[in-house]
Design a protein around this ligand. Structure first.
Ligand SMILES: Nc1ncnc2c1ncn2[C@@H]1O[C@H](COP(=O)(O)OP(=O)(O)OP(=O)(O)O)[C@@H](O)[C@H]1O
Length: 564
């Protein structure tokens, strides 16, 4: 007879014996293994070893934390300007010259190379004349060096890591100082910065943005004396004084809630000195120049805004040919069509010019004075196409001062001539030291109006060579053969020169190029200038005729459409 089964299928009653069974199975398995004496010993060793290793690590960690509390370590990344300061500082440390293993390098760390030298190199005139790159001792990569600074022990390590980009290496310099307070590190950093600044005192530093959109120091250029740029009276003074006044007016701006920024738009003829005056102002005010290339591949609105927000507080931001980023006329309404050479919008039928820029005008406007725009910066923008610029770009607040640079005036031509042939103070000193007379014709004494510079007459050396064997060109670039002119003589010649240069017809760059061909022949420069002006005129006329002929043969929009 079948009884009643009270057990509910799946209830714990039905499973309990199974799991209990497995637990007892497992412990009996362990107990079984422990019956092997060797295995028991292994496990004991394993546990004991693990505990020992953990203790060792803990001890090491505590030891390191304790030791680290006596050290201050600073890391300098190769991409940061502070890396250059420290490398220059280290290359000048006497301890370095005695190190047993060093890297010998000709890197200039963004300076005039004469700032870093192997001891003794500066005394060797022959060497410093021959080699423009100077040698320096630097810490070898992956080596640790010990040195003393202000009575403190210091460890210097240069670490190189592979970046993965075509095997490129990234460098970091690590300096650990045995000190508890930051005082010594601060002193070291300030000393390094000061040393670098004084070494670069006669240079301006130039930065450009790289493909990863970070600022990179690319060059140091010697400062150009502002007097060597000859502009119409008052222009240089206006620019320098205004920029200087701006830099000193931070409190004034903030008291009135005006953004502390200033923009200058320099426009006009090519080769009239726009770029040159900007770099001179940078030198005069001791500011670094950050070049923003609007046509850089990959530059879009957000990248530009990021770049501008990363500018340091006092600097010059330079946008050359501000119109160039936009192949379309720089107008807000995109339908305005491509700009022509002279900056005027192109005729309605002209074919569109393909644009590679991902930058929009509103992006540029926002970057210049949006919320992220940097305070304290001076912006210089240059263009040859003033009329093509959108009024929004030129309005005060973005471009506060607009200055036209024209073709050369007679005044400029005269000044340029004088600055070319009058000896500088340095040249006068050298000539005085060598016993040469400079002011032969100083008191109005008439000298023979003839040059004796290179290629004006054959030297005695060439006279000795038979005519058949004479080289086709025998140059003797001896500046010493230039006539020594006094102030009055130069002034007279300069006035005659300027008489023959028509007002606002040639650029200063063209005049400079012309005078360069008569570097040591001032008389010939004066005599030939009339013909040169004439030939320049003819060349311009021919170019204009060729351009006109080209535009007549250029296909119309309908023809372009039909072709495509
Ligand atoms: N006013 C000037 N005084 C002295 N030199 C000048 C002057 N203008 C131009 N130059 C000389 O001409 C060359 C070109 O000058 P610069 O590049 O400053 O002209 P620019 O106006 O910026 O030209 P662009 O518009 O083509 O960029 C430089 O070598 C500079 O020395």
């Amino acid at each position: 007879m079948g009884g009643v089964n009270n057990t509910v299928p799946g209830s714990s009653n039905s499973t309990a014996p199974t799991s209990l069974g497995s637990v007892t199975d497992f412990s009996s398995l362990i107990a079984f293994f422990f019956t092997f004496g060797a295995l028991r010993d292994w496990i004991k060793i394993f546990l004991f070893g693990g505990a020992l290793e953990s203790l060792r690590r803990l001890g090491l960690y505590l030891y390191r934390t304790f030791i680290d509390s006596f050290w201050i370590t600073a890391h300098f990344d190769e991409d940061d300007p502070s890396y250059n300061w420290i490398m220059l500082f280290l290359s000048k440390q006497p301890a370095w010259a005695k190190a047993r293993e060093v890297e010998v390098s000709t890197r200039s760390f963004g300076l005039n190379s004469s700032a870093i030298m192997v001891p003794g190199e500066e005394d060797d005139k022959e060497l410093s004349l021959l080699a423009s790159r100077k040698l320096a001792y630097l810490p070898s990569p992956s080596m640790s060096y010990s040195m003393w600074y202000r009575g403190r022990y210091m460890a210097v390590t240069r670490v190189q890591t592979q970046t993965g980009y075509y095997g490129q290496k990234q460098e970091t310099l690590q300096i650990s100082i045995f000190a508890r307070s930051h005082r010594v590190l601060n002193e070291l950093l300030l000393a390094a910065k000061k040393q670098y600044m004084s070494a670069s005192e006669h240079n301006i530093s130039i930065y450009v943005s790289d493909s990863s959109n970070s600022w990179r120091h690319v060059a140091s250029r010697p400062k150009r004396n502002i007097n060597s740029i000859i502009l119409d009276p008052g222009i240089s003074e206006l620019l320098v004084d205004d920029a200087r006044d701006f830099l000193e007016s931070k409190a004034w701006y903030s008291a009135r809630g005006i953004p502390f920024r200033r923009g200058y738009l320099l426009y006009g003829a090519p080769g009239s000195g726009k770029t040159s005056i900007i770099s001179s102002i940078a030198g005069e005010l001791g500011l670094d120049v950050y070049i923003i290339s609007l046509s850089r591949a990959g530059l879009d609105d957000s990248a530009l805004s990021e770049l501008i927000s990363e500018l340091p507080e006092k600097c010059i931001a330079l946008m050359e040919d501000i119109d160039a980023a936009f192949t379309q006329s720089l107008n807000r309404d995109a339908v305005s069509g491509p700009a022509s050479e002279d900056g005027k919008p192109a005729p309605p039928g002209a074919p569109p010019v393909p644009s590679t820029s991902r930058l929009s005008l509103s992006g540029l406007l926002n970057a210049l004075d949006g919320v992220a725009a940097q305070e304290g910066r001076i912006l210089y923008a240059t263009t040859n196409k003033y009329t093509a610029l959108d009024p929004a770009l030129c309005r005060p607040g973005r471009m506060d001062i607009h200055l036209e640079f024209k073709l050369a005036s007679k005044y400029q031509a005269e000044k340029l001539f004088s600055s070319f042939y009058l000896p500088t103070e340095e040249e006068k000193k050298v000539e005085k030291d060598s016993g040469a007379t400079v002011d032969d014709a100083e008191e109005g004494e008439e000298v023979e109006e003839k040059d004796s510079g290179y290629n004006s007459s054959a030297s005695s050396e060439t006279d000795l060579i038979p005519p058949s064997e004479k080289p086709t060109f025998f140059g003797t670039s001896h500046r010493k053969q230039a006539p020594k002119l006094g102030k009055k003589q130069v002034a007279k010649l300069a006035a005659r020169f300027a008489e023959n240069v028509p007002e606002r017809e040639v650029s200063m760059a063209a005049l400079q190029g012309y005078l360069m061909t008569y570097k040591v022949r001032p008389y010939e420069a004066v005599n030939a200038v009339k013909d040169w002006v004439e030939s320049e005129r003819e060349a311009r006329l021919k170019k204009a005729q060729a351009a006109a002929a080209d535009s007549q043969t250029a296909p119309s929009t309908e023809e372009v459409k039909a072709d495509s």
